[in-house]
Design a protein around this ligand. Structure first.
Ligand code: F6R
Length: 602
């Protein structure tokens, strides 16, 4: 949802800014731009389209040791050259990039217009450079002007600004992420670490209300009143290699194939000797919890459904709520309610808002996230990391698997801590079979027939996904992934619901992917067979030892394992089906239209 970057140091900035923007394109790719400062004015280059378009339009990299950059996911105004960032004031002395939404931009714009400022774009952002310009004229000092500007803004922002003739980058954040990167002879600011991971792994996660001034040889962080604040630095343990595409055609495929490794990392040290232990959650952490609410969006919501069902079957009162619907769907909340925010990025506005709402009603909060230092991790009372490593493809794959495993483990700890909770009767077997999951995923990846299935069913009218119990959330996730990257119509249903309406749509043009967990999943089998007798091709996705496999047209089989993990293996098969279908349809797999990875607006 827009990525910003800034760099100041010795030597030219443009190359670094452009590479950084490419690494941030998962946040938006409608338009891109950079501005650099080279002592003879602020030079802005921007256009609609991806960063590659911007690069192809730049005949030579503009000179300048400091600059800012932006890759956009449009909120205010279509993706045109004019609406691309950076934006400037009327004379072009101040250039600004912004991630977030300025709620009071209309009134600010009207006021600025009445003072003679001229605007060129439809964006909310453009008021920011004009305000800085206005306050510079009033106070004679840029830092004071930036401070006054951000205290005038309502809404959310991470901004970076450069000003003609000044060897400095000014930046501030509220409600949108901003990370400072510290290298030996250069500083960076960015929405996320991969933007500068090629150069440094030493970072400071800026806090709400921080204002930063970077100069070539120093930086200072202050609060909104101008009081200096100390922020400690962290070392990021992501390998720059993890952020690249490697030998794969797409990030999505790389990330699907990375799952044996990412799952091993998720599990490491957390499930041994028949017990679950999280590094930062001591035994008894949840002893005063009497109800759990999961809040999440999209794929993370499907992982939360997975965890929610396991927790419910461990005897804990559990709700799984779509974060955007929190206010209208929550049951009673008090200090014994644990709200678990499941969010890969840790920045999803709907999820953060749901947590704020729950905590304002007294709930205690826990973030389950992939991104260290993300807003969710910093604002929740506790955080558990899923340790999946960076995920760049807009369609979430490996993070779903790591979320579901983390939640399954968390379920066991909560059920042990809460009086009356019932950890799985076969906990030892469950945890033992979890150790085989990475290898089982490897087997699926090596033997999958997903490409052939995708090819065979390519010209279908609609794609249905059904599943029961844990398989229901996998079916919903399979359908979401499929529609997201193929642009074909796909729907997920609880197996037993097919006959209550959707069956009317079933023809020989509606293949049904039936996710079954093997033993005892009669609902999926019966409903799939009913659909088959109406002509629907059935693709059974699950272990081979089930009679549905014999009744289906095709099987995408998974190794036999504990039923809790079988759904995750089925999901890997479905990830591959979506990927291959999208590839055959020549879709832009890593950057599906209209979507962005990190949705920081409500
Ligand atoms: C789909 C997808 C999205 C995200 C959703 C929540 O492939 O990636 O549905 O799952 O936007 O994002 P996070 O997990 O960052 O809160």
């Amino acid at each position: 949802m827009c990525g910003i970057i800034a760099r100041i140091g010795h030597g030219d900035a443009a190359e670094t800014l452009l590479t950084g923007l490419e690494n941030l394109e998962y946040r938006g790719y409608d338009s891109a731009g950079i501005a650099v400062q080279n002592g003879s004015g602020v030079k802005v280059h921007k256009c609609s389209g991806e960063v590659s378009e911007l690069k192809s339009q730049l005949e030579a990299h503009p000179n300048g040791n400091m600059g800012i950059g932006h890759t956009r996911w449009s909120t205010h105004g279509p993706p045109t050259d004019e609406n691309a960032h950076p934006h400037t004031d009327t004379v072009g002395d101040v250039a600004v990039v912004h991630n977030g939404v300025i709620d009071n931009y209309d009134e600010l714009k009207a006021d600025l217009r009445s003072k003679g400022h001229e605007f060129e774009s439809d964006t909310d952002t453009e008021v920011i450079p004009h305000l800085i310009d206005e306050y510079r004229a009033e106070t004679g000092d840029t830092e004071t002007a930036v401070r006054k500007t951000v205290s005038t803004l309502e809404g959310s922002y991470a901004i970076a600004a450069i000003v003609d003739g000044e060897e400095a980058v000014y930046a501030a954040r509220k409600g949108s992420p901003l990370v400072l990167g510290l290298d030996d002879d250069e500083w960076f600011l960015a929405s996320d670490v991969p933007a500068f991971l090629d150069y440094t792994d030493e970072v400071i996660y800026l806090e709400e209300g921080d204002l930063v001034v970077l100069e070539p040889d120093s930086y200072q962080i202050t609060d909104l009143d101008g009081t200096p604040v100390e922020r400690s630095s962290d070392t990021v343990d992501w390998d720059p290699e993890d952020a690249g595409k490697g030998e794969f055609d797409h990030y999505m495929l790389k990330e699907i194939y990375n799952q044996p490794t990412s799952l091993s990392n998720t599990i490491e040290g957390r499930a041994s000797d028949g017990e679950v232990s999280f590094e930062n959650l001591t035994e008894g952490t949840f002893s005063d919890v009497d109800a759990v609410q999961f809040v999440a969006c999209g794929t993370s919501y499907h992982a939360a459904m997975y965890g929610g069902q396991l927790l419910r079957s461990a005897g804990i009162r559990t709700e799984v709520l779509r974060a955007s619907e929190y206010e209208s769907t929550t049951g009673p909340v008090d200090e014994n309610t644990l709200v678990v925010a499941v969010t890969q990025s840790g920045e999803t506005a709907d999820t953060l808002e749901a947590v704020r709402e729950a905590t304002s009603r007294g709930a205690r909060s826990l973030a389950v996230t992939n991104v260290v230092g993300s807003t969710a991790a910093r604002t929740a009372d506790d955080a558990v990391y899923i340790r999946a490593g960076p995920e760049v493809g807009v369609a979430a794959t490996k993070t779903y698997s790591s979320q579901a495993v983390t939640l399954a483990l968390l379920t066991q700890q909560i059920a042990s801590d809460v009086p009356g909770g019932e950890p799985a009767a076969d906990k030892a077997t469950l945890l033992e079979s979890l150790q085989d999951l990475p290898e089982h995923v490897e087997e699926v990846l090596e033997s999958s027939q997903a490409e052939a299935v995708a090819r065979e069913r390519l010209d279908s009218q609609s794609y249905f996904f059904i599943g029961h119990g844990l398989g229901h959330s996998v079916a919903l996730e399979g359908a979401l992934k499929f529609k997201e990257i193929t642009y074909e119509h796909a729907e997920g249903f609880a197996s037993g619901q097919l006959k209550h309406g959707p069956l009317a749509l079933v023809t020989d043009e509606t293949p049904i992917f039936a996710v079954y967990s093997g033993r005892g999943d009669e609902k999926t089998k019966t409903n799939a067979i009913e659909a088959r007798s109406r002509g629907a091709p059935i693709i059974a996705v699950g272990p081979d030892d089930h009679s549905l496999a014999d009744a289906a047209d095709t099987n995408l089989s998974v190794p036999d394992t504990h039923p809790v993990w079988a759904g995750l293996l089925a999901n890997v098969q479905l990830q591959l089906v979506s990927y291959h279908a999208a590839k055959l349809l020549e879709r832009p797999i890593d950057k599906p239209r209209n979507l962005a990875k990190s949705v920081t607006v409500e």
